[in-house]
Write a protein that binds this ligand. Structure first.
Ligand SMILES: Cc1cc2nc3c(=O)[nH]c(=O)nc-3n(C[C@H](O)[C@H](O)[C@H](O)COP(=O)(O)O)c2cc1C
Length: 182
């Protein structure tokens, strides 16, 4: 089965996690990894599994306004932040809104600050809701990967992303086998 890993990332954390999720998924799937501005309808149509992720901004998925805030923060002298070369474009929220309805499989993830999700919010919940709203069946619970207040991924998060990708791949394979039996 083919899987499409699609991500939005302003500073590179979500991209780094997406790379490891794709590596984990490759045990069970032929994986294509793309930033959201290159996730074409043709790639979606060719994929039995969509795995989508973004940073958490203002407790949820990024918006045009929060993306501008992120770019402005990176532009401040001494910020130590750099905007990802693929950060241009409308973002995952608009991409999901324009997704064709389809009976496919999906999973969602985010990056966010370390801490209780009720306090930080988590974009993966909103992504999951939008995917489900377009007919996608979620094969695994939404997952967050954590960063420090200095905006660096916590130790072990890329390894956890690889394991989660592998689990999502297994779950998608099992879901497909079950639907073929019924
Ligand atoms: C404008 C803005 C708002 C943010 N709001 C939240 C938030 O509400 N909760 C949270 O946990 N993290 C928040 N963060 C932190 C990001 O989720 C975190 O740094 C993420 O890893 C960035 O991912 P990226 O490097 O892929 O852009 C925010 C970051 C920015 C720039």
């Amino acid at each position: 089965m083919r899987a499409l890993v699609v991500y939005e990332s302003m500073y590179g954390n979500t991209r780094a996690i997406a790379v490891d999720i794709a590596a984990g998924l490759s045990a069970t799937h032929q994986v294509t990894l793309v930033p959201v501005n290159r996730a074409t309808p043709e790639l979606v149509a060719a994929s039995g599994l969509i795995v989508a992720g973004s940073p958490t901004h203002m407790h949820g998925m990024p918006t045009g306004a929060t993306r501008r805030m992120a770019a402005e923060a990176a532009g401040r002298p001494g910020s130590g932040l750099a905007v990802d070369p693929d950060a241009d474009g409308p973002g995952l929220r608009s991409w999901l809104a324009g997704l064709s309805a389809r009976d496919g499989l999906a999973a969602s993830f985010d990056t966010r600050f370390s801490g209780l999700a009720v306090l930080t919010g988590r974009a993966s919940q909103g992504i999951a809701r939008l995917l489900a709203g377009h007919g996608y069946r979620l094969v695994i619970a939404p997952e967050s990967f954590l960063v420090s207040k200095q905006n660096t991924l916590l130790a072990g998060e890329t390894g956890r992303a690889r394991s989660w990708g592998a689990l999502a791949g297994e779950a998608a394979r099992a879901a497909l086998a079950a639907s073929e039996r019924s």
